[in-house]
Design a protein around this ligand. Structure first.
Ligand SMILES: [Zn+2]
Ligand SMILES: [Zn+2]
Length: 385
C-alpha cells in the first residue's frame, strides 16, 4: 500500500435538504481488487440537485448523511494487491455504478439493470454508497477508466452523463444519415445531440422552453435547428395532448441550417420527463421511428399509444448505461480534437475549487442563470487534495 493513501476522507455530507456538513470518515479498507482514488473533479447533475433541494430523488429518500456526486474523475493513490492494470498516478474516470457481476442481467451485459447495483451519491443502496464530493474514495479497479492524456479530470467527469447519451443512441440504434429531434436542451439533451452526431445523424433539431438554452445549443453547434417551445401549461389531459401535437407540428416546420425541414424525425430523444414533452416525442417521430425516453420526471404518463401503434413508433426507455465509457471517451477525444463534434468542455460554465465551495457550487447548479445573468449548464467542483 502506498504511503500517499490517507486514512480518512473528508467530504461534504447532506444532512437534510439544503444543509451540508463537512465530515471526516475513516477510509474504507482497500480490498485486493480496489484502488484508492483522490477525487479531482466532480460535475454536478440534476439528481444531485434533487437530493440537495428536497432530500430525495423521485421515490429515493436520503436516510443517513449522504455525500453527493457521481460524475467524477480522480487520481489513483493506492492499488489493491490483485490489481494488475492500474498504478499509482493513473488518472481515471470513475464509473459510479457498481453491479454484482453475477446475476443474469450482469452476465448478459445489462448491468445497469442489476438489482444489487450500488450507485455513488445515491440514496438507493443501504447503507448509502457515498459520492465523490469527498477527498478520497475506495472503488473497484474494474469500474475505473483510464483517461487519455489529452482529457482533463473535468472531461473525465463528463464521461458519466455522456455515457447516458451513448446508451440512449445505442438503444435506439441511431443510423448514419438519420434525423433526430432532441426535446430539452439541458446538459443531457446537448450530450444526446452530440452522441447522435457521432453515430452519424445528419439533421438534428433541438427544442427547449428557454431561448437561452436553445441559443447555447446552436452556438455550440450541436444542432442544425432550434425551436423555442412556448410556455403553456396544460390544465388537463386533452389540453396536454393538444399542446404536444402543436409542439410536434411546429418542430416539423422549422428550417435547418441547410434550408430543409424535418417534418418528423427518425429518432426523438425526450430529455425532460415532462408529460407534454413525452407525448410530443411520439407525435414528432416518423412512422417506423423511435421515441427514446431519457428524461426522468413524472412517474406516470398518459401517452397517445394508438398514434404509436398506428405508425409503429417504438418507445425506447433507457436507464443509465452499460459499457458506454469507452465510446464516451472516444467522443470526448474527437470533440477535443476539433473534428466534426463541438468542444464539450464548453458545457462546464461554472467552476469551483475546494470542498468548502460545495454549498456554493450546489446553489449555483440549482439555478439556470448566475448572478451576472450567465447561463448555468454544468457546474464543476475541482479538488487538489
Ligand atoms: Zn447524473
Ligand atoms: Zn447483477
Amino acid at each position: 500500500m502506498s504511503s500517499m493513501i490517507a486514512e480518512s476522507s473528508t467530504g461534504q455530507y447532506l444532512l437534510r435538504p439544503l444543509t451540508l456538513e463537512s465530515q471526516s470518515r475513516p477510509l474504507q479498507e482497500l480490498q485486493p481488487n480496489d484502488v484508492a482514488i483522490a477525487s479531482r473533479a466532480t460535475t454536478l447533475c440534476g439528481s444531485d440537485m434533487h437530493y440537495f433541494q428536497k432530500g430525495r430523488n423521485g421515490s429515493i429518500e436520503v436516510r443517513e448523511p449522504l455525500c453527493l456526486g457521481h460524475e467524477s474523475a480522480g487520481e489513483i493513490v493506492a492499488v489493491g494487491s490483485a490489481v494488475q492494470d492500474r498504478k499509482v498516478g493513473d488518472r481515471v474516470a470513475i464509473e459510479p455504478g457498481v453491479p454484482c457481476n453475477d446475476c443474469d442481467l450482469c452476465l448478459n451485459g445489462r448491468y445497469n439493470l442489476c438489482t444489487k447495483l450500488r450507485f455513488r451519491g445515491s440514496g438507493s443502496a443501504w447503507p448509502h454508497y457515498q459520492g465523490s464530493l469527498q477527498s478520497r474514495l475506495v472503488h473497484p479497479a474494474k469500474w475505473t477508466h483510464k483517461l487519455a492524456e489529452e482529457l482533463s479530470f473535468e472531461e473525465g467527469a463528463l464521461l458519466e452523463p455522456l455515457s447516458v447519451a451513448v446508451h440512449a443512441c445505442r438503444r435506439a440504434a441511431v443510423q448514419k444519415g438519420s434525423s433526430c429531434t432532441i426535446i430539452g436542451a439541458g446538459a443531457v439533451g446537448l450530450l444526446c445531440a452530440v452522441a447522435a452526431r457521432y453515430y452519424g445523424s445528419t439533421e438534428i433539431l433541438i427544442a427547449d422552453i428557454a431561448e437561452t438554452r436553445v441559443n447555447f445549443a446552436l452556438k455550440l453547434g450541436v444542432a442544425n435547428a432550434g425551436y423555442v417551445v412556448p410556455t403553456k401549461r396544460a390544465r388537463d389531459a386533452t389540453e396536454s395532448l393538444a399542446l404536444a401535437k402543436e409542439m410536434a407540428d411546429s418542430l416539423g416546420k422549422i428550417r435547418c441550417d441547410n434550408g430543409a425541414t424535418v417534418p418528423r424525425s427518425d429518432y426523438t430523444f425526450e430529455c425532460t420527463g415532462v408529460e407534454t414533452c413525452v407525448q410530443a416525442s411520439i407525435y414528432a417521430t416518423k412512422s417506423g421511428g423511435k421515441a427514446v425516453l431519457v428524461g426522468m420526471g413524472t412517474p406516470n404518463h398518459l401517452l397517445p399509444l394508438s398514434e404509436a401503434s398506428a405508425r409503429e413508433i417504438d418507445i425506447v426507455p433507457t436507464w443509465r448505461y452499460a459499457d458506454c465509457y469507452a465510446t464516451a471517451a472516444e467522443i470526448m477525444l474527437e470533440s477535443k480534437r476539433g473534428g466534426s463534434l463541438p468542444d464539450l468542455s464548453q458545457l462546464i460554465t461554472h467552476r469551483f475549487e475546494g470542498l468548502e465551495q460545495v454549498p456554493t457550487a450546489m446553489w449555483t447548479a440549482c439555478t439556470t442563470q448566475d448572478a451576472d445573468g450567465a447561463m448555468v449548464v454544468k457546474v464543476a467542483l475541482n479538488l487538489r487534495n
